[in-house]
Design a protein around this ligand. Structure first.
Ligand SMILES: *Cc1c(COP(=O)(O)O)cnc(C)c1O
Length: 427
């Protein structure tokens, strides 16, 4: 499609957009009395209007039923997590038995590493990406130390080549080959939080497993954003937070995936708790742990139902929209944003650089823009003028044109604000 940098053209795209009606389903902040252009759904998704009713329902059940709510609420609390299995499995490409919701993301990665990282004298190394999200770095290093190993010996980072912003698939595969028999685990962010690069999870998973390792993915920036086929790709495990693209609210519950092939392997270590115990016998208070055969078997505690409720609202909305429709708009609106950025760059003779891959298969709903020159003050200008983006050192703003609630006209409008901002800084 030939794009144009005009309001009419953007409005035309909105008029033809089948998902446009969902914009009204979200609550937007306002700056100077005007609804913002929201580019930080990759950090905290907006609140869907329907979410409050899901939370209120739990509050009401608690008020009216108290402890009886566990079994007699309309949506009983004791197996509330099972409501996620079908819709969430469709979002991440899994079997219903392979997904669960519990805890928070870093906690789940820790729990899953307990299961999938048991280093031996020979096989003890972990491959991850250079400059992974800080929580992942701390998590992996602390796990390695927990096993009495030195991070410098056990952690192998895949580096970007000199002068390049993204990691090459061939370099990941070469590194897996090189580490070979010593490789215990590959654990990478499926979509890089900083650049927005999407990794070829299918190929990397196979390569890691061929080398004899387990392969897990941190899907914080992938869930609700890209097409996942976790079951088909034979991924061993994965976890994601729900508050970014999945709009479940600050710090809310995390999703986790454990491949079916591991469900009956009772020799795999795990940190157990009563909510992972055989459902029929959970309240018999028996001493021996008998895990549910499925991802729910990794549950630990009684469910945080008030935190699951907003996530359920979101999962049901995603299920209604469908990932294919979402991805179709995502690609179009991201390309339109890219076009606008290039147009403005030409008009103001600026020097910013999009560091996200331009190849559509290697990116999703995010463009990371490296601002040369007046970076920080331009960012402040955007914020003061109702464009919510985020700033990452040294000089990058990340823009996520979330397809569920961003409009094409937002992209056009953003271009105008950006242009005014750059011109005012040039004076
Ligand atoms: C956002 C994000 C996290 C956050 O972890 P929490 O435990 O939810 O705080 C972890 N990893 C990646 C890659 C992220 O993008």
């Amino acid at each position: 499609m030939e794009f144009q940098n005009t309001r009419e053209f953007a409005k035309g795209l909105d008029a033809a957009d089948k998902l446009a009606k969902y914009r009204d389903e979200f609550l937007f902040p306002h700056v100077n009395g005007k609804q913002v252009i929201y580019f930080t759904g990759n950090s905290l998704g907006l609140q869907p209007k329907r979410t409050k009713a899901y939370v209120d329902e739990v509050m009401d059940d608690w008020a009216k039923l108290a402890v009886e709510g566990h079994f007699y609420a309309d949506k009983p609390w004791w197996d509330y997590h099972e409501r996620f299995s079908a819709p969430l499995s469709r979002i991440v490409g899994a079997l219903p038995s392979e997904v669960t919701v519990m805890n928070t993301l870093t906690v789940n990665l820790h729990l899953l590493m307990v299961t999938f990282y048991h280093p031996t004298a020979k096989r003890f190394k972990i491959i991850c990406e250079e400059k992974a999200f800080p929580s992942d770095q701390y998590m992996i290093r602390s796990q390695v130390r927990f096993h009495g190993l030195e991070p410098n010996d056990a952690i192998v980072e895949i580096k970007r080549r000199e002068g390049e912003h993204n990691i090459r698939l061939e370099d990941v595969l070469d590194k897996i080959k090189e580490v070979g028999d010593e490789l215990a685990l590959v654990l990478i962010g499926g979509v890089n939080y900083y650049t927005g690069q999407v990794f070829d999870m299918k190929t990397i998973t196979k390569a890691g497993q061929d080398a004899g390792a387990y392969v897990g993915w941190d899907l914080a920036h992938a869930a609700g954003n890209i097409k996942l086929e976790l079951h088909e790709w034979n991924v061993d495990f994965a976890a994601w937070c729900s508050y970014k693209y999945m709009n479940s609210g600050p710090g809310n519950a995390s999703g986790a995936f454990v491949h079916e092939m591991h469900h009956n392997d009772l020799d795999l270590p795990r940190f157990a708790g009563w909510w992972g115990h055989n459902k029929e016998r959970r309240f018999l208070m028996e001493p021996e742990f008998d895990p549910v055969r499925g991802a729910h078997g990794w549950q630990v505690s009684n469910l945080p139902v008030l935190s699951l409720a907003p996530y359920l609202a979101s999962v049901e909305m995603f299920d209604e929209v469908g990932m294919d429709a979402l991805i179709k708009k995502r690609d179009c609106i991201t390309s339109y944003l890219e076009f606008i950025l290039h147009e403005i760059d030409k008009e103001v003779d600026s020097t910013f650089e999009i560091i996200t891959p331009s190849e559509p298969s290697e990116r999703a709903c995010q463009l990371s823009v490296f601002l040369h020159g007046e970076g920080r003050s331009l960012f402040d200008y955007l914020m003061q003028n109702g464009v919510i983006t985020d700033w990452r050192e040294p000089n990058v703003i990340r823009l996520a044109p979330v397809p569920l609630y961003c409009s094409y006209e937002d992209m056009y409008e953003f271009g105008q604000v950006l242009k005014a901002g750059i011109l005012s800084h040039k004076k």
